[in-house]
Design a protein around this ligand. Structure first.
Ligand code: ADP
Length: 258
């Protein structure tokens, strides 16, 4: 076991200053090199869980260990990619990827590492471009290269393709799958897209909401590339949809009751 998420509870205070359960008794063990999707309706606590593993948010109770060490703060071993690329607009592509590396290595090493991962995301020819000259998909690839260049063992991705159009998203799925196979990183990937989670992951953690709990831990046994196995993909999609629908209905009916 590489990542151990043990009895995690998280409460936030609501407007009346009352604690509200966001995550309740989350237990997960993740092996090194696994590609895990955390799937669930909006607001179920997916980002909160990812941020706890990142060390950006403290759990109310429970412990996360990565490679035997308790997570108390962010670390170089865990790279983050968010929905928005958050690049520095005044730095070009190469400088953006090099930025976090400068404190860790010589300039030459930083250039080499940045170039290696920019080539991996197929942006080797765009090193001199500035963020505003790139499409959303390209910006997101720069962010992925920036996270990878630090060579973290784990990549934490929070809806990284959520703001992109369907075609770009599909292309990036292929690239991410290739990168994952080449680098053997452990990936935790937050999404609310059932098809995205089936396309990419070894395991899908399906979360229910209010409070966020693990509803199901599904091992995806469909061979890769998954688009060649449409029937199996469709069956799994329907299976997940059937019980996620109950969760979504629960949220909607509670909202209507307010
Ligand atoms: P998801 O990623 O599944 O959409 P989040 O983890 O972002 O869900 O949020 C889960 C719930 O926690 C939401 O109801 C959200 O409003 C609430 N929440 C998130 N962060 C905070 C915070 N800092 N303070 C209070 N409530 C929060």
């Amino acid at each position: 076991m590489f990542i151990d998420i043990n009895k995690i509870d998280k409460q936030y205070l609501n407007k009346e200053n009352q604690p509200v359960d966001i995550l309740k008794d989350i237990n997960l063990s993740i092996d090194k090199g696994e590609f895990i999707s955390i799937l669930g309706p909006s607001g179920c606590g997916k980002s909160t869980l990812l941020n706890i593993v990142a060390g950006l948010t403290k759990p109310t109770d429970g412990v996360v260990q990565v490679n035997g060490t308790k997570v108390t703060k962010p670390g170089r071993d865990r790279g983050m990619v968010f929905q928005q690329a958050a690049l520095f607009p005044w730095l070009n592509v190469l400088e953006n990827v090099m930025f976090p590396l400068k404190k860790m290595m010589t300039k030459k090493e930083a250039v080499d590492a940045a170039m290696k991962y920019l080539q991996m995301v197929q942006l080797g020819k765009y090193t001199e471009h500035y963020p505003h000259e790139l499409s959303g998909g390209m910006q997101q690839r720069v962010a992925i290269a920036r996270a990878l260049a630090m060579d973290p063992e784990t990549l934490l991705m929070d809806e990284p393709f959520g703001a992109l159009d369907e075609q770009t998203r599909s292309r990036l799925h292929v690239q991410l799958e290739t990168i994952w196979m080449e680098t053997k990183k452990t990936i935790l990937f937050v999404t609310h897209s059932i098809s995205e989670s089936i396309k990419l992951s070894d395991r899908i953690i399906v979360m229910g909401t209010k409070p966020g709990i693990v509803l199901e831990d599904i091992k995806v046994d469909i061979p890769r590339p998954r688009h060649e196995h449409k029937q199996q993909v469709m069956e799994l999609e329907e299976h997940i949809m059937s019980f996620l629908k109950k969760e979504i209905d629960k949220v909607v009916s509670e909202e209507l009751a307010i």
